[in-house]
Design a binder for this molecule. Sequence first.
Ligand code: ZN
Length: 321
Amino acid sequence: MYESAVQNLIDELGRLPGVGPKSAQRIAFYILNAESSEMAKLTDAIARVKKTVSFCEICGNVSETKLCAICRDEQRDPAVLCVVEESKDVVAVERTRSFTGRYHVLGGSINPMAGIGPEQLRIRELVARLSDERITELILAMDPNLEGEATATYLSRLLVPIGIRVSRLASGLPVGGDLEYADEITLGRALEGRRIISEGTRAEAANPAEDFEAALEAETEAKEQQAAAEQAAKGPRARWSGSMFDDLDSEDAATSSPAEGQAELAAAAAFEAEEAGEGMRSEELRDAYEAKLEELKKTPLRTVAPELPPIPGKTYVNPWT
Ligand SMILES: [Zn+2]
């Protein structure tokens, strides 16, 4: 225990936020040893702050006038309101130079352990401000801790039914940090709040395995088509037809093109149908035959050409008999 005046000073300093008993003692002895004029500056500053500085009537930010500098600034966007816990948070957001809207300072966060509920915060004032039609979005910029979380949750439950756009600050990874050292909550939030760089064109294809199967199928189909095209380009399988096998090969050659064969079949069917006197049916078939014929006329004529000329003096055997 020190002399009562010194102990009194230590006790008072110890009540300041972030000042423990050891620090309070150190500061008290610093004050005791310091020049009187220096310490007069400190006491003056404290007295002046208490006398002149109060809180902005609109946003609750610290201000020497009725309205703070931000609320007086006509250039600030009245549509967006950033809700923060303390005036120091206003300074922090202002430092980013990326917010042009206005603020609302709650004066703390919901903390049941310290007896701070929604009634102790400037939430009623916030709701009253929302009657201003110009406000279209609220950004909840609470501290990323338990109390801040509770406050943001309370506010979003209260404000979403009003029909206003409510957003929260993304929590993510610190610049210059290392993914490996990020705590689970931060990393989880960073994943949750990830930003889309490109929507992509395959957004609806959720299964990569299915994609792979489809790609394989398409490839096989393309190969088959190519093979068919090559086959068509070559024409019907060329086979020399010697006079001795003319009769045997003629049928094969005549039906070597499926389209031609079909046309013939259709024509025969049409003829037969007409013979049978099936009026409508035969007319239909005749039309089909005419159409097929027109189609065939347009396609290039394919003739059966042997790849090699017959070798004189050699006997050819038809392998199909
Ligand atoms: Zn203000």
